[in-house]
Design a protein. Structure first.
Length: 237
């Protein structure tokens, strides 16, 4: 089991709302881990959306491992997740990038750990040309042109919202080789202030890589091995 944690009196300030998230000054028996997983989506109209193939499986594995280790776990899980949901942990669903940001800002307690494995949207719909603005765009008028713009990212905001948390980001890369994936992960660490970056995807190759701020790399062969390796890291912090 994990050791008891005492919350700092330092408050974290949420972005945009300036709402103060107060830390409890009482002794807590279990640290809090927040896990995000599964796909986000951005709507095109009332029935169509931009999304991805994320299943939420890694979040279920991580949540179960953390709960077994003695953490209080909140799992923010994308509505489109298809993998079995974790049991014994608090589950909250999210839809868009913005809805996940709102869920983070609604936390009543400062997390000790954040594992941000959700596959969020890189783009959102800016406008649709050639279609009437309605709940369901009709195909009777022929082709349409959808203009996309970058969607807001959550990982760069987590350090401001939760300054004392240990933050783990993810980097899924398809193009290039392992060295390219490592460079992308290193850039994420520099730009977001996160503590660890998990690498995977075709560019990295089989398995997962845990990249640290000193750019040392630990390889894990599968998701369960990854979960256990991360917990070992957390226990040392």
């Amino acid at each position: 089991m994990t050791k008891a944690w005492r919350w700092s009196s330092r408050a974290g300030v949420t972005s945009g709302t300036n709402r103060v998230l107060e830390n409890s000054t009482s002794l807590e028996t279990s640290p809090l881990a927040v896990v995000t997983c599964g796909p986000a989506f951005e709507p095109i109209d009332g029935v169509r959306r931009l999304t991805n193939f994320a299943t939420g499986e890694i979040g279920s594995i991580l949540s179960a491992a953390l709960q077994e280790r003695g953490y209080d776990v909140i799992c923010f899980r994308g509505e489109g997740s298809t993998a079995a949901a974790p049991t014994g942990v608090e589950m909250q669903s999210f839809s868009t990038n913005d809805s996940l940001a709102q869920a983070f800002q609604a936390l009543s307690r400062q997390p000790n750990l954040i594992l941000h494995a959700a596959a969020l949207c890189d783009f959102k719909v800016a406008s649709v040309e050639g279609a009437d603005l309605r709940e369901k765009i009709s195909s009777r008028k022929g082709g349409i042109t959808i203009h996309l713009q970058p969607a807001p990212k959550i990982l760069p905001q987590l350090r401001e919202w939760f300054p004392q948390a240990l933050i783990v980001g993810w980097k899924y890369e398809l193009d290039g080789q392992r060295a390219d994936a490592i460079e992308s992960g290193a850039r994420q660490l520099r730009e977001t202030g996160s503590d660890v970056c998990v690498l995977n995807g075709k560019a990295y190759g089989e398995g997962f890589g845990i990249l640290f701020r000193d750019l040392s790399l630990r390889h894990c062969s599968d998701k369960k091995t990854l979960a256990q390796a991360l917990i070992e890291i957390f226990d040392k912090k």
